[in-house]
Design a protein around this ligand. Structure first.
Ligand code: MG
Length: 383
């Protein structure tokens, strides 16, 4: 039986919700957060949003939804073994990508370009906006009114100019303090998940090869072990067995290095965790170096592969065209976003209109965005 560590986040001591609510019955505050996230519209949309490969390219590639589930699974295992709060960890993991645009990073980069004159666009900030403002299921408040601790974890990074406008969850970027260990952990679990599943998806697509991966030590090492232990193993099974071991090695390194850092720091409470100048959840030096080599490999050989780049170019074109067209004529927005555009324009003028349009586009799934583009610009379809 695992005990809860003294420095874990404790639901009964939560800093609370923006709109005060009675304590839940038979659930903790963090369980309630997790449940609200799973019931949200934005969560269901993750199924049709790109991780690296556009959703329709193949049924076995990761989507934002399966990615988020893998992050949650890794993060929960680590949380449980370290006595951290598993429910909070899961809530953060399941919501960490809610603000992602269609078409993965290409969509986010283009929307950021479109929004340059209006303050820019950041997907971490947008994830927070989804849970704070854009979800509309509750009679008493906008958003889903999550606890401070879950919201703190969702806001992984953020520009200082934005942090200053965010109140409680923005403070740590200004004061250079740390979030909970559960938030730190989920951030690293995100990385473990995508570094490994992107290799698998990359190999499946044929864009990267096993030969190329031999230059990545963390992969080559486990691959060598598997080949020695199972000389006859080949194909998918060989790859899966290698990746399974890689995830295991990264997770064990993370647990052991973090536990050592926590012990060395002497922290006893969450408040002390927050006051640290560095994150206590971390890899050992050797694994950090190895992980960076892997990330660099994926960036150079997969994320910027010519085939992915062509998809990226098309995605950017769709996002740009939709943004510019809605800016010219907000009557092309759905009725709900027409109302938002009008409302935000009252306070912020053209910037308000741009904000409503960014909210609309960021919420789109890949296929919704492509359908919308087709309806607005594919004039041949009018025959
Ligand atoms: Mg992620």
């Amino acid at each position: 039986m695992n005990t809860i560590a003294s420095y874990a986040a404790i639901p009964a001591q939560s800093r609370g919700r923006h709109y005060p609510e009675p304590a839940p019955q038979y659930r903790t505050e963090f369980q309630r957060d997790r449940d609200r996230i799973i019931h949200s519209k934005a969560f269901r949309r993750l199924e049709y949003k790109t991780q690296v490969f556009v959703n329709h390219e193949g049924d076995l590639y990761r989507t934002r939804l399966t990615h988020s589930l893998e992050v949650a699974q890794i993060a929960r295992s680590v949380a449980r073994s370290m006595g951290l709060n598993e429910d909070l960890t899961e809530a953060i993991a399941l919501s960490h990508d809610l603000g992602h645009t269609p078409f993965g990073h290409a969509g986010q980069d283009e929307l950021n370009e479109c929004m340059k004159a209006y303050g820019g666009f950041e997907h971490n900030l947008q994830s927070l906006r989804v849970v704070d403002v854009l979800e509309d299921s509750y009679a008493d408040f906008p958003g889903i009114n999550l606890t401070f601790e879950t919201r703190e974890g969702i806001l992984k990074h953020c520009a200082l100019k934005h942090a200053a406008t965010l109140g409680d969850v923005g403070e740590r970027f200004l004061n250079k303090t740390q979030p909970s260990l559960e938030a730190q952990l989920t951030n690293l679990a995100d990385e473990i998940a995508y570094n490994n599943h992107d290799i698998e998806d990359g190999l499946r697509s044929g864009l990267i090869t096993l030969e190329q991966l031999q230059e990545v030590p963390v992969f080559a090492l486990e691959y060598g072990h598997v080949r020695t232990a199972y000389p006859d193993l080949s194909g998918r099974r060989l790859i899966r067995e290698t990746l399974r071991r890689m995830i295991g090695r990264m997770v064990i390194d993370l647990i052991e290095s973090s536990q050592a850092a926590i012990q060395l720091s002497g922290v006893q409470t969450l408040d002390e965790v927050r006051k640290q100048s560095l994150a206590l959840m971390r890899y050992g030096d050797e694994m950090r170096t190895q992980k960076n080599v892997l990330k660099k490999f994926l960036r150079e050989n997969l994320y910027f592969h010519p085939t992915v780049y062509r998809m990226t170019w098309r995605a950017r074109k769709v996002v740009r065209a939709l943004f510019e067209t809605y800016m010219q004529d907000t009557r092309l927005l759905t009725p709900k976003y027409q109302v938002f555009a009008k409302r935000y324009e009252v306070d912020h003028g053209e910037t308000g209109r741009a904000l409503a349009i960014a909210d609309f586009i960021a919420g789109m799934t890949d296929r919704y965005a492509m359908r919308e583009y087709g309806q607005l610009f594919d004039l041949a379809g009018l025959r």
